[in-house]
Design a protein around this ligand. Structure first.
Ligand SMILES: [Fe+2]
Length: 403
């Protein structure tokens, strides 16, 4: 396809806007089209009827987004404002930090994001569709993680290079109460122009409300003094709530390859939802203020530190620009070792900084071994399962990597 040469994940592009891909059409494991009403790929009942840039419904949506989209008073902090970043993160469940990547790092990651995306989009769609829709996702939306047969991109040098940056490591240490946290994965997500549907609001991981001795000990390190309940049994409710809030099992950093604008699919985050016990609203029930609660104004090179328990979702990209956010996912010091799978080749690991090597120790392969599935990108779960023995190939339900 000529539009893919050269492919860029920032600035104007002809990629996307496939009018032959019906609104709300997802794909099953084998690529058969279907529309779902529940779950992660649930249809957006308010989506425009045609995936066409100049369609009157799309034009109306674009005008409304230009007028109203974006969290009012979004705070964007500098990398050196570590305490401020920590305070906002624990309060809201996310914080935007500018200038995480310098010009060279941003250019390298943009090039890598385009290279990997090219492998996904070069597979022709069926029935006149330009692309293959990813299994279990709405059209024109892809995950760098779940599209990889290893579920990660830690075999790519540019993703491995992100795990330990001078700008991110001090903030991660503040969020985890020290530097003994772990890398658990890396991938990210993107949407093409013409992703006209809202992705349903979700948590990547729900809070279990389980208090293990290791988590309790970690909470003490985070400065939470466990106060006993009045009846002497367990902890008092205020302590328990604070403890779950301050001990996120995971922290994800999404790096922005383009400025987030009102119309290019800015991520939406609902502040303060990281320990809510109930489910987020469905597509039909979500109020307009949540649909507009997006990170408009966050610039390229910035990152969003996210507590993946917090309610979030992707929004319509009605622009002519790809919105890509490669990410790294970190696990708390108290995370169970059984959660980790090898996805970084030993030889790549050996080139990293001492701190990066330590935090990647649980996801690196043994010397001479290549991670299963790494290097195979395909939007269809069944094609990925062919190369990884069926392990972890499905992108439906609640996975750890949904962007
Ligand atoms: Fe997600």
């Amino acid at each position: 396809m000529a539009e893919l040469q050269p492919l860029k994940v920032f600035g104007e592009t002809d990629v996307g806007w496939c009018a032959a891909t019906p609104p709300n059409e997802t794909a099953d494991e084998d690529g058969r089209p279907l529309v779902r009403t529940v779950g992660f790929s649930a249809a957006d009942p308010r989506a425009p009827a045609r995936r066409v840039y100049d369609d009157p419904e799309v034009v109306a949506l674009r005008e409304r987004l230009r007028r109203d989209n974006g969290l009012r008073g979004l705070e964007i902090v500098e990398p050196h404002e570590i305490e401020r970043a920590r305070r906002i993160f624990f309060r809201d469940g996310f914080v935007v930090v500018r200038d995480l990547l310098d010009a060279a790092a941003l250019a390298a990651l943009r090039a890598a994001s385009a290279r990997v995306l090219h492998a996904i989009l070069a597979i022709p769609g069926e029935g006149g569709r330009k692309y293959v829709t990813e299994s279990g996702r709405l059209p024109h939306r892809y995950s760098y993680g779940t599209s990889s047969a290893s579920r990660q991109l830690l075999h790519e040098p540019e993703w491995a290079a992100m795990v330990d940056l001078a700008t991110t490591t001090p903030i991660l240490a503040a969020l985890f109460g020290g530097d003994d946290y772990w890398v658990i994965g890396a991938g990210g997500d993107l949407c093409l122009p013409g992703a006209i549907e809202y992705q349903t609001l979700h948590s990547d991981r729900r809070e279990s409300f389980e208090l293990t001795p290791a988590r309790l000990e970690h909470a003490r390190r985070m400065g939470i003094e466990p106060r006993p309940a009045a009846d002497g049994k367990g902890l008092d409710d205020r302590t328990r709530h604070l403890l779950f809030q301050r001990t996120p099992p995971l922290v994800t950093i999404n790096f922005l390859m383009s400025d987030l604008t009102a119309e290019n699919g800015p991520i939406r985050q609902i502040p303060g939802t990281q320990t809510r016990p109930e489910s987020p609203p469905t597509q039909a029930d979500e109020p307009e203020w949540m649909r507009l609660s997006t990170l408009v104004g966050a610039p390229a090179g910035a990152g969003v530190f996210r507590d993946p328990r917090a309610w979030h979702g992707a929004t319509p990209n009605v622009s002519r620009e790809i919105r890509a956010m490669p990410n790294v996912e970190y696990a708390a010091p108290w995370a169970d070792a059984s959660l980790f799978q090898a996805s970084m080749p030993h030889d790549l690991w050996a080139t990293l900084s001492p701190h990066a090597q330590r935090i990647c120790a649980r996801i690196k392969t043994a010397p001479g071994e290549w991670p299963e599935g790494a290097g195979v990108m395909h939007p269809l779960a069944a094609r990925r399962a062919e190369v990884n023995g069926g392990r972890g190939a499905i992108a439906g339900g609640v996975s750890l990597r949904q962007g």
